[in-house]
Each structure stands twice: as structure tokens, then as C-alpha cells.
Ligand binder design. Structure first.
Ligand code: NDP
Ligand code: 8X3
Length: 251
């Protein structure tokens, strides 16, 4: 179903990006898989073979993103779909206690990285008259929670950026989708808690979270809709996750 499509995925060394790479290759796509962990990319190349091209890339490095896109091998150079997936949350500290370097890393990855990759790949989609940008937002971009301060704000940025891009691209046949998942068990919480696996496991204790495959299947559905259909946003949560009342601070 994806035969003839080339798909560029940021953050394909684990979680959603990895599940997407596997699913898209299985369905006939050419995939460019990127991430910082070179050894994981080498493993993935061994697993997925000739329809996969790997790029060791930190999306915060604008020059490296530009060069990587410019130097894609011919078989992977015409990118039809960009999955802006690389991203992270760091800690759950209240903003006044959140270290500046963590603030910068979240903004650099979740916002600037998306800007750099989109800026590098969108022109070729517009000039070819077709394409699709899929951004990985989050329910944290809509619903606040304590400690979600910067992470949630980066995802709110992506929600609005996605809608605004749709306005810019109207008439240019490039689709834009923002995927907004809730709790999903990947390496996300291990990263958030700086490698503390116990803390990460506790996040999902006693409930069934979403899986990376759930998200890959959702993205697959969005990108395989007929050309005249644009899925603007998809909010998706585990059945066992829902909403709480407003917090009230009492004397
Ligand atoms: P993972 O931690 O499993 O995967 C994150 C991926 O991002 C890794 O492949 C990592 O690769 C890559 N990455 C991180 N920083 C950079 C960077 N600077 N440059 C390039 N790649 C980078 O998490 P998920 O798969 O769960 O998360 C994927 C996206 O989905 C993120 O944007 C996240 O915010 C979002 N999301 C996750 C949810 C969840 O509950 N899991 C829910 C809602 C949204 P490497 O370390 O090799 O660079
Ligand atoms: C990740 C989902 O609820 O942990 O974006 O912020 S949440």
C-alpha cells in the first residue's frame, strides 16, 4: 500500500519511529530512518535491508539536517512523507526548578528539530505537487498537568504549527497531520526519568498503555487515506486514561 513512497522518519531508533519504520517497509515503502544512536540504526539496517536508508542525525543541528537531506541517495531523495517524530520530555519538575539545559533540549528537539526537518523537506514536496507532513504532538499539548510545563508547550506549538501549515499549503496538495497520543509505553518515560527504569515502569503499572504499534498503525491509516482526505489531528488515549477535576489549592 506504500509501494513507490519514500518516508523520512526522525527518531527511528526506538518507540513510534521504530515501529513506523518496520510497518512502512513491510508495506512496500522506502524509508529513511534517522536518530542519534548509530549502533541501533546499524541493527535496523541489518533487519530491514535495502529499502531502508539510515542517517545518524541530531535534529537540533540545522546544518546537519540540511546536508543530510541534500545528500540523500537517489533512491531515497524524493521524500513523499515526513514523520516528525523525534522528541522527548525531561523530568516532571515545576518550571522554577527545571534546569535550563533541559528546557533547551526539549525546545531544540521538539520544536527546532521539527522546523529544520520540515524546512529542508517541504520545498521538494511543494514543487513536486504532493506530500504529507506528520507531526508527533501529544495530549500534553492540549491538557495541562503538573510538570508538563515546557514539554506540553512544545506539543501545543506543534498542534498550532500543523494547523497553520495546512493554511499555507492549501492548494499545494501537501497534507498535514498532528498525532496526539496519551500514555504509550516506549522508551519515553525511561528518557524522562533519566534512565530510572523503576520510575518509568510505575507510570504504566496496573493499566494497559498504548503501544508503539498502536501509534504506527494510526499513522499508517492517516497516510493511506485517499489523496483528497486530510486527517488534521488524531487524539488517542489508552482506555484506562481519562481526565481529572481541576486542582484547587485550599488554605
Ligand atoms: P522514544 O524515547 O522511544 O523515542 C524517541 C526517539 O526520538 C528516539 O528514536 C530518539 O533517538 C529520538 N530523538 C530524541 N532526541 C533526538 C535528537 N535530538 N535528534 C534525533 N533524534 C532524537 O519515545 P516515543 O517513541 O514514545 O516518542 C516519539 C515521539 O512521540 C516524541 O516526540 C514524543 O514526545 C511523542 N509522544 C510520546 C508519547 C508517549 O507516551 N510515549 C505520547 C505522546 C507523544 P536517539 O536517542 O537515537 O536520537
Ligand atoms: C506523552 C504523554 O501524558 O506523558 O506525550 O505527557 S504524557
Amino acid at each position: 500500500m506504500l509501494t513507490g513512497k519514500t518516508i523520512f522518519i526522525t527518531g527511528a531508533t526506538s518507540g513510534f519511529g521504530l515501529a513506523c519504520a518496520r510497518l512502512f517497509i513491510k508495506n512496500g515503502a522506502h524509508v529513511v530512518a534517522t536518530g542519534r544512536r548509530e549502533e541501533r540504526l546499524a541493527e535496523l539496517k541489518k533487519e530491514l535491508g535495502e529499502n531502508l536508508h539510515t542517517l545518524t542525525l541530531d535534529v537540533r543541528d540545522q546544518k546537519a539536517v540540511e546536508a543530510a537531506v541534500k545528500n540523500l541517495p537517489a533512491a531515497f531523495a524524493n521524500v513523499d512523507i515526513l514523520i516528525n517524530n523525534a522528541g522527548l520530555a525531561l523530568g516532571l519538575a515545576s518550571f522554577e526548578e527545571l534546569p535550563l539545559d533541559q528546557i533547551q533540549q526539549m525546545i531544540g528537539t521538539n520544536i527546532s528539530g521539527v522546523m529544520y526537518c520540515t524546512h529542508a523537506l517541504l520545498p521538494q514536496m511543494v514543487s513536486r505537487g504532493g506530500g504529507h507532513i506528520v507531526n508527533l504532538g501529544s495530549i500534553a499539548g492540549t491538557y495541562p498537568y503538573p510538570g508538563g510545563n515546557v514539554y506540553g508547550a512544545t506539543k501545543a506549538f506543534l498542534a498550532q504549527f500543523s494547523l497553520n501549515l495546512r493554511s499555507d499549503l492549501n492548494g499545494k496538495n501537501v497534507r498535514v497531520t498532528n498525532i496526539e497520543p496519551g500514555m504509550c509505553e516506549t522508551e519515553f518515560s525511561v528518557v524522562r526519568f533519566e534512565g530510572d527504569k523503576n520510575k518509568a515502569d510505575n507510570v504504566y503499572a496496573g493499566m494497559t498503555p498504548l503501544s508503539a504499534d498502536d501509534i504506527a498503525n494510526t499513522i499508517f491509516w492517516c497516510i493511506t487515506q485517499p489523496a483528497h482526505v486530510n486527517i488534521n489531528r488524531v487524539e488517542i488515549m489508552p482506555t484506562q486514561q481519562a481526565f481529572s477535576p481541576f486542582a484547587v489549592s485550599r488554605k
